[in-house]
Design a binder for this molecule. Structure first.
Ligand code: PLP
Length: 390
């Protein structure tokens, strides 16, 4: 089946303005998503916000069904939260740790997650153990298996890191977590929307993700999946009148579903847009999307390799739509700026967002070019030509 690239681009007006290789930062919204958000705001503007929630309740509720379909879970297992970081936090900070409890994580953990690990370790006496990568650059499954013991409480892993093209073997890690009976929290920010994700197949207890990246949803949207069997065991770090009900002057009752991790006031227009963005993604199909993204990224890597002065910095046995590299004699920021003058969007990934990996590889920063299905082979040519001309 061939991908209707013309349709994809027609429905993405931003394609006419920019060559957008910054999908790992923020993908261009499809027209339908943009119009959903604008019309939602328009309705609030003209009719009132509470009234719009009632009038649009079906659309807002549908966002949960869309998330559940996307991840292969139940709608009661979904919380929609303002961003992925807070979604991850709500899961992580609800886990009670005791001194000596072990938290296993990988070399490619995102800064926000790792800062939280450090804070909780300092406060509770839990210990962080970083699993090394294998020769290919992905988390070493052998090392993970060997280090598991009864003190391990959590495996916290980033599926696709922000800075290296890598796809970690989330399902294999899930199998190890299941066998050991430990909690497994997966950060799927960069994988959601560019490849199929099935929480049953992965075997995670929690999955956090953002709307703004490969899902092409509005900013300020994120989601959290929480496995039903874990819901009751975990008390959210914050509660409000949405997460719980004040039942008598001295008591409250926490909600049964994953919305116990949400809070009352939120980005309603964004939530509507998130549901539409997921429907739109599903209408293309995650398998075809993945196939196209990998084909484009592979082509980009192959072309970059032939250019003088460029060093690819991607790692991993399995790679995705994120392509990272350095240019001899130029800083990543200089490259980003020069490309921006040609209306080409890339971003810079610096050491502080994935410190363990970047330090281990002796890297300060890389240029990150991230492709999506609406990008084209012709754009890759133009991108490489522009790079050479710098
Ligand atoms: C972008 C990113 C996040 C943060 O997502 P937000 O929605 O901005 O909070 C978390 N983890 C990884 C791996 C990311 O790339």
């Amino acid at each position: 089946m061939s991908f209707d690239i013309q349709k994809a681009r027609q429905e993405t007006p931003g394609c006419q303005e920019v060559l957008h290789f910054n999908n790992a930062g923020l993908a261009l919204m499809p027209q339908l998503v943009f119009e959903t958000v604008v019309s939602y705001l328009q309705e609030e503007y003209m009719h009132g916000g509470y009234e719009t929630v009632l009038a649009r309740s079906q659309q807002l509720e549908h966002a949960y069904d869309a998330c559940a379909t996307l991840l292969n879970c139940q709608r009661e297992e979904i919380a929609i939260i303002e961003n992925a970081t807070r979604a991850w936090d709500m899961a992580f900070y609800s886990i009670p740790f005791s001194p000596g409890d072990r938290i296993l994580t990988g070399m490619d953990e995102y800064a926000s997650n790792y800062i939280a690990l450090l804070q909780v370790a300092r406060k509770t006496g839990a210990v962080i153990d970083v699993i090394p990568n294998d020769e290919s650059g992905q988390i070493s499954l052998a090392a993970l298996r060997n280090t598991i013991d009864e003190r391990v409480k959590l495996i916290a892993l980033t599926h696709v890191p922000t800075n290296s093209g890598l796809v970690n073997p989330a399902g294999e890690v899930g199998q190890i977590a299941r066998e050991a009976g430990v909690l497994y929290l997966l950060d799927a920010c960069q994988s959601i929307g560019q490849m199929p994700l099935d929480v049953q197949a992965i075997g995670c207890d929690f999955l956090s993700a953002t709307g703004r990246k490969f899902l092409r949803a509005p900013r300020g949207t994120g989601l959290l999946y929480v496995r039903k069997s874990r819901l009751e065991q975990l008390e959210p770090p914050f509660l409000d009148l949405h997460a719980a009900e004040w039942t008598t002057p001295d008591h409250y009752q926490i909600r049964d579903d994953a919305r116990r991790f949400e809070n009352w006031e939120t980005n309603f227009a964004g939530k509507a847009g998130l549901g539409v963005a997921i429907d739109y993604t599903l209408s293309w199909g995650l398998e075809p999307i993945q196939e196209r993204v990998i084909a484009l990224a592979t082509r980009l890597r192959t072309q970059l390799q032939t250019l003088p002065g460029i060093t690819l910095r991607d790692i991993g046995a399995k790679k995705c739509g994120i392509v990272t590299f350095q240019v001899q004699g130029k800083t990543a920021e200089q490259i980003r700026e020069s490309l921006a003058q040609h209306s080409i969007n890339v971003s810079v990934s610096d050491r502080s967002s994935t410190r363990l990996d970047m330090e281990a590889r002796g890297l300060e920063e890389v240029v990150r070019a991230s492709v999506h299905y609406y990008n084209t082979e012709e754009e890759i040519e133009r991108f490489c030509t522009a790079l050479v001309s710098l």
